[in-house]
Design a protein around this ligand. Structure first.
Ligand SMILES: Nc1ncnc2c1ncn2[C@@H]1O[C@H](COP(=O)(O)OP(=O)(O)OP(=O)(O)O)[C@@H](O)[C@H]1O
Length: 263
């Protein structure tokens, strides 16, 4: 279970990016974080693993308070937080297998990681994960030979091989076409269910979020203004989060897409 209590971030510039956010994310739950540009979504994800230091408030993961840890303790706890990024952040000249195994760098010793010599159990797990996401045939390909969707699958495997308890996912589909975006969201949700992982997915595409996750949190100017199910995300709620627009198309699109999927 991931718990945020009164999490607040004020940047040096005076920008109040997060305003006393309280949030519990239980195991196995995938939560979509929506909100306009500048609402504080990236800041929230980065405060959880302390890539950005919160100004006040606490973050607790499975009973361990991350916000009070020193550097050594934080390094250890970061293993339990898998990150998935919009731009994949793969090492282009390394193979798919090497990129996946790099997720184990927090566990293996300095020399092993320097020589890229991983234990056989890690290699076996990497093969299992690649098989699960349909990429086992690609294990020896270089990362720069892959399509966007394939790269994101590698990014997912790299996060999962860490054996995390939570996934922090930043715009996973922003660079992907609509069909691949759905496949990636579906995969993330399925894997979180299978592995009982909590996940926070920062996502701009509201319809995509509604289609796949059971809980949506809306941020506006650093404050949580919505926490509910996709069905509760009405036009009025979207207006509260994003401002005045005609939202009927956005919401309607979900129903139409579901029909296409079912066909
Ligand atoms: N390093 C920084 N220094 C100063 N202010 C920052 C910094 N990073 C973000 N901010 C400010 O904090 C607020 C929240 O930004 P954040 O990037 O978290 O929003 P976001 O919801 O993720 O936006 P987007 O959807 O565009 O990525 C904004 O006002 C932004 O200008």
């Amino acid at each position: 279970m991931l718990r945020l209590e009164k999490l607040t971030k004020v940047y040096k510039t005076g920008d109040k990016a997060l305003n006393a956010v309280d949030l519990d994310v239980p195991k196995g739950q995938v939560l979509a974080l929506i909100g306009p540009s500048g609402a504080g979504k990236s800041t929230m994800i980065r405060c959880i693993n302390r890539l950005v230091e919160p100004t006040s408030g606490t973050v607790t993961l499975d009973g361990v308070e991350l916000t009070s840890l020193g550097l050594g303790g934080l390094r250890k706890e970061r293993r339990r937080m898998g990150m998935i990024f919009q731009e994949y952040a793969l090492v282009e000249r390394l193979t798919v297998m090497e990129n996946v195994l790099s997720g184990r760098l927090g566990y293996v010793g300095f020399w092993r990681s320097f020589l890229r010599k991983y234990p056989q159990s890690d290699v076996d797990e990497a093969f299992r994960l690649l098989d699960r996401v349909g990429l086992v045939e690609m294990a020896d390909k270089r990362a720069d030979e892959l399509s966007g969707g394939q790269r994101q699958r590698v990014g997912i495997c790299r996060a999962l091989i860490q054996n995390p308890s939570v996934l922090l996912v930043d715009e996973p589909t922003a660079s992907l076409d609509p069909k691949t975006s759905r496949q990636i969201m579906r995969l993330i949700v399925e894997l979180c269910e299978e592995r009982e992982l909590a996940a926070i997915v920062n996502i701009h595409d509201v319809a995509l979020a509604q289609m796949f996750v059971s809980r949506i949190v809306g941020l506006k100017l650093g404050t949580m203004v919505f926490d509910g199910s996709p069905a509760d995300l009405t036009e009025d709620v979207l207006t509260t989060i994003y401002g005045d627009e005609d939202w009927s198309e956005t919401i309607q699109k979900v129903d139409e897409d579901d029909e296409v999927d079912a066909a």
